[in-house]
Structure formats: structure tokens, C-alpha cells
Design a protein around this ligand. Structure first.
Ligand SMILES: [Zn+2]
Length: 69
């Protein structure tokens, strides 16, 4: 299973949604819909951006960059 599980929903395995890899935040459209956008720069996944799967229309912007504390 290669699907990305977000909120119990398997995005990559859901035929109604798609993981789209982009190079910058500016490439992400205002309306994401069921898709999930992965911002990848130089082979590093920086952020995952999606519209909340619960239907509240909030945008979820996950920072995937590990930072040292
Ligand atoms: Zn929600």
C-alpha cells in the first residue's frame, strides 16, 4: 500500500484524488479539491498542501521539513 493516509483517507489510492508534485507554492491553485499537492525542491519534500478532507474547506498546509530544536 503506497497510499498517503491523511485523516483516514488514502489519497493516492482514491481514484477521485491525485497527488500532484510541484516546485513551489505558487504552482498550487486556489481550488485544490480532492487533490494533494506536494511541494518538492531538489528531491526534498517541503510541504504538503490539501483541502481538509472533512469538507470544512479549510486548507491544510503541512511543513515536511524537519527542523532541529
Ligand atoms: Zn475540515
Amino acid at each position: 500500500m503506497n497510499g498517503l493516509n491523511v485523516g483516514g483517507r488514502i489519497f493516492a489510492d482514491d481514484p477521485g484524488s491525485l497527488v500532484v508534485v510541484v516546485e513551489s507554492m505558487t504552482a498550487i491553485p486556489a481550488q485544490i479539491g480532492a487533490d494533494l499537492y506536494l511541494v518538492r525542491h531538489e528531491d526534498f519534500d517541503k510541504r504538503a498542501v490539501l483541502d481538509c478532507p472533512c469538507g470544512c474547506k479549510r486548507r491544510i498546509d503541512l511543513n515536511l521539513v524537519r527542523t532541529q530544536k
